[in-house]
Design a protein around this ligand. Sequence first.
Ligand SMILES: Nc1ncnc2c1ncn2[C@@H]1O[C@H](COP(=O)(O)OP(=O)(O)O)[C@@H](O)[C@H]1O
Ligand SMILES: O=C(O)[C@H](O)[C@@H](O)[C@H](O)[C@H](O)COP(=O)(O)O
Length: 205
Amino acid sequence: MNGPPIAPSPGLNIIPPELSGGAPLIVVVMGVAGCGKSSVGQSLAATLGDEFIEGDAHHPPANIEKMSAGIPLTDADRDGWLATLAGFIAEAHRAERGLVVACSALKRRYRDRLRGDCERVVFLHLHGDKALISSRMGARTAHFMPTALVDSQFADLEMPTADEVVLSYEVTLPAEAIVADACARLTGDRKTGDRKTGEKSGRNA
Ligand SMILES: Nc1ncnc2c1ncn2[C@@H]1O[C@H](COP(=O)(O)OP(=O)(O)O)[C@@H](O)[C@H]1O
Ligand SMILES: O=C(O)[C@H](O)[C@@H](O)[C@H](O)[C@H](O)COP(=O)(O)O
């Protein structure tokens, strides 16, 4: 594997033993716009054989219009969107299915909302330098999110802490390295590839 080695941050990157070996986990790939949620999330879901849900596809049109116009979302704007994604997570949890969701989940209370009482939820936080993330956002074509919103994204970000179940990666790492390391930590002694492949539902349309 190329790229810098993966060094877990203290207290993070540990999947509690009670989550290893049981039903597949539900992963929320989180972080500010442009950090790599969609790229890493899609690839992780494909590797695990789980369904992938693109959170952006579930914003109401008013939220997309607001962000496109360079106006940051408020807690109220995010409320219904988080409820929708929390519903998908609860459904996967009930069915004991694995699931990967790309969702910024910037604030602690948003993450608590997404998790609800589903104990199999793990957050995968992609974090990095504002300048690097801005340049990746700027290089992206055909995306509604303007680089102008990067400051508000960082202002809203509440870094996950060790009392949350979090895998944390620097965005300087290649996406393939992040996926390989996360996959190994998430599956523990479970094997990937022998699970039923998640349906690619219309949720991402
Ligand atoms: N680990 C990485 N290394 C280099 N480029 C990356 C990495 N992850 C994502 N990218 C690129 O950065 C840009 C933003 O990634 P994207 O997945 O759209 O982020 P997000 O979904 O968080 O907004 C894309 O052009 C993507 O190809
Ligand atoms: O809560 C928010 O402010 C948004 O959800 C935001 O964080 C999210 O990242 C956008 O939907 C942009 O989409 P990308 O993350 O794909 O740039």
